[in-house]
Design a protein around this ligand. Structure first.
Ligand code: ADP
Length: 373
């Protein structure tokens, strides 16, 4: 086999194979770029920068997962996102369910198509009377020619799409990105967990009370625990039915040892969401109960989930700020020691005490703001 080699000459000529390190600053991956075939820029560098820039603008990321299909991941994702947005947060929903991207339906965006521009792939917005700003939705559904087109992709494509979902969609600044995960603990989950490793990311487990669903959800919990992914808690969906005629409650799914199973894995049970025609209808019509019927028992049942996610994000923010303050304290202390070297002992001590008091006050302020939340 012969291999052609580029042999540098005097060292003056440019290497024709060398990629230019400059970034084009386009907001989408090279795969979407019409200039990609002739582009001489460093593509892996661009993809890395793109992800970094997007993630720098996103606060808390929540993976809504179950391992099992049909237990309510999309329902929980949509209502969580709507509930967070109703409380004034900037929220995005990323639909990672490649084979069944339903978020377009849950937010009444079916049939909408998106374009690509210099900022990236457009998201679609769900507006609501009670929303200070819309929920932004990013989904493969907006990129298909028809809504019933099946996705027949091998793993490499799925891996790339997970990168596009975070990096190429133009999310803008967000307080929360809710990711509606597909079933399973395979490619999509592993890719996202790798991609988001350095981010504020946590899982929200969805399950139904049935043994068969619980068994699968426990695998999702084990995945998170093995991977060191924090779990905000579990949502028990389809937890009971209220008879529309007599108002009596009954359980459609056999109740198992859900509570003990969650407790034994140290996962908090956050809420029980009833099996209700209102929720089923809301998904089909694309009007999440959190927006359309915020005072209904179904919407109120989601409130502890929303509280827990906000609380988690706050705690993560406080920890990050405290760590930042600690590292600033160390640097400031070292710089102060150098600056004060020439001063007499008592003046040096007084200045150091002043700095410590200042930083202690700041720490106190951080702690009390976390207590207030
Ligand atoms: P997953 O994302 O886990 O596949 P979905 O959220 O898409 O599950 O829910 C599957 C179906 O069940 C949807 O049609 C949804 O409207 C319905 N559904 C989910 N939760 C409830 C509920 N609590 N009450 C009534 N219908 C529900």
């Amino acid at each position: 086999m012969s291999v052609s080699r580029f042999t540098p000459g005097s060292g003056q000529e440019p290497d024709p194979l060398a990629l230019r390190p400059a970034d084009c600053n386009l907001g989408h991956a090279c795969q979407f770029c019409p200039r990609e075939p002739e582009c001489g820029l460093d593509k892996p560098h661009h993809e890395k920068r793109l992800l970094e820039k997007r993630l720098a603008q996103i606060g808390q990321i929540i993976l809504v997962m179950a391992n099992k299909g049909g237990v309510g991941k999309s329902t929980v994702s949509a209502n969580l996102a709507a509930g967070l947005a109703a409380r004034g947060f900037r929220v995005g929903v990323a639909d990672a369910d490649i084979h069944g991207p339903n978020q377009s339906r849950f937010f009444n965006l079916v049939g909408q198509r998106i374009r690509i521009n210099e900022q990236g792939l457009e998201t679609r917005a769900c507006f609501g009377d009670c929303l200070p700003q819309p929920v932004r939705v990013g989904s493969l559904a907006f990129m298909m020619e028809r809504d019933d087109t099946p996705i027949v992709w091998r793993d490499a494509y799925k891996h790339d799409f997970m990168h596009h979902l975070i990096g190429s969609f133009d999310w803008g600044p967000l307080d929360f990105l809710v990711i509606d995960m597909p079933p399973g603990t395979g490619n999509e989950l592993i890719t996202l967990a790798d991609l988001l490793e350095q981010q504020a990311v946590a899982a929200l487990i969805t399950t139904t009370p049935q043994e068969v669903a619980l068994m699968d959800s426990l695998k999702a919990i084990r995945y998170c625990q093995d991977r060191g992914l924090p779990i905000i808690g579990a949502v028990e969906n389809m937890a009971g039915v209220t008879c529309p005629h007599c108002g009596g409650e009954f359980h459609l799914f056999p109740r198992t040892h859900l509570a003990e199973a969650l407790a034994s894995l140290e996962v908090t049970s956050l809420a029980s969401i009833p099996l209700s025609p209102l929720l089923a209808m809301a998904s089909d019509t694309g009007h999440p109960v959190m927006l359309d019927q915020p005072d209904s028992p179904e919407a109120l049942a989601f409130a502890p989930v929303i509280d827990a996610c906000i609380e988690h994000a706050r705690a993560v923010g406080i920890t990050a700020a405290t760590e930042e303050l600690q590292s600033m304290t160390n640097v400031a202390g070292a710089e102060l020691a150098v600056a004060l070297e020439g001063l007499p002992e008592h003046e040096r001590k007084a200045a150091q005490q002043e700095l410590e008091a200042l930083l202690a006050g700041e720490r106190q302020r951080l702690q009390s703001s976390s207590g207030r939340s």
